[in-house]
Design a protein around this ligand. Structure first.
Ligand SMILES: Nc1ncnc2c1ncn2[C@@H]1O[C@H](COP(=O)(O)OP(=O)(O)OP(=O)(O)O)[C@@H](O)[C@H]1O
Length: 254
């Protein structure tokens, strides 16, 4: 079976800096895969290349048998490939519910003509979007803060909201960038459970995370990157016990 995501021999960088040097990874449909590495290893840049924010200088990215290497961000999202960012990008002044609704793609009410010519269908669509948003808020245990301005949420709740906003686009493959950063341990467990639930529903998950304990509990397979290259791949036990990995990651303190 061909992988759902196949990243082959990617080189990418910024000006003279080569952030990704011949990087290849594959992810099968329905997998949960981790991506670890020291600061500056190139993990977020790899997410940016996969999601279309940073162009590849060479190499190829294929998603569900489509070569998406030169495709724009929105077209990749339309294929069901979506990412979160390390810093959640919610609108602080808007309520949690409105933040969720604003993340829904292709809303007809945004086109002025639709408001005049088919106001009924715009209302129906809004009602559907609100129902989906409320469903997801329930799933993420955020229903009680639906009307609260997003800026008032805790760090962990913001991460849950960010995940919720991602789910509004009904993705088949999600890339989570440090979902546990700044999240208290209770919410780390909750987030982990929600990620497993989503994966059980068939959503493939690729996760960058520095919390190695929480990540090892969550994923059966991980990649480690170091200075723009993939160093190793396999079960968390195998990857974290590799001598080169111990050296590269925390100077042997893994
Ligand atoms: N927008 C940018 N402009 C210039 N250089 C960048 C940019 N983004 C990343 N870099 C550089 O590219 C390299 C890889 O950075 P990247 O953010 O991908 O690493 P990372 O593994 O995600 O690190 P961290 O764990 O700290 O988030 C680093 O040297 C970084 O300074």
């Amino acid at each position: 079976m061909t992988p759902q995501l196949s990243v082959q021999n990617i080189r990418a960088g910024f000006g003279g800096l080569l952030a990704l040097d011949d990087v290849s990874i594959t992810v099968r449909k329905g997998e949960r895969v981790g991506l670890i590495g020291t600061n500056g290893a190139g993990k977020s840049t790899l997410f940016s290349v996969i999601s279309g924010y940073v162009p590849a200088q060479s190499g190829q990215v294929c998603f569900e048998d489509v070569n998406i290497t030169g495709m724009g961000v929105q077209r990749r999202v339309n294929l069901g490939l979506a990412r979160t960012f390390q810093v959640p990008r919610e609108f602080d002044q808007l309520s949690v519910l409105d933040n969720m609704m604003a993340a829904a793609p292709g809303q007809r009410g945004e086109r002025l003509g639709s408001l005049f010519f088919s106001p009924g269908s715009v209302r129906r669509q809004e009602a559907e979007i609100e129902a989906r948003a409320r469903d997801l808020l329930g799933f993420l245990n955020l229903a009680k803060v639906a009307e609260v301005p997003a800026g008032a949420l805790s760090g962990g709740q913001k991460k849950l909201l960010e995940l919720g906003r991602l789910l509004m686009i009904k993705p088949g493959f999600i890339m989570l960038d440090e979902p546990f950063a700044g999240v208290n341990p209770v919410l780390v467990d909750e987030l982990s459970r929600r990620i497993v639930d989503l994966n059980d529903q068939g959503i493939t998950v690729l996760i960058i995370e520095h919390n190695l304990q929480a990540l090892s509990d969550l994923v059966p397979r991980m990649y480690i990157m170091d200075r723009g290259k993939v160093l190793n791949e396999g079960t968390p036990d195998r990857v974290l016990s590799d001598e080169r990995v111990r050296e590269a990651y925390m100077g042997g303190a893994v």
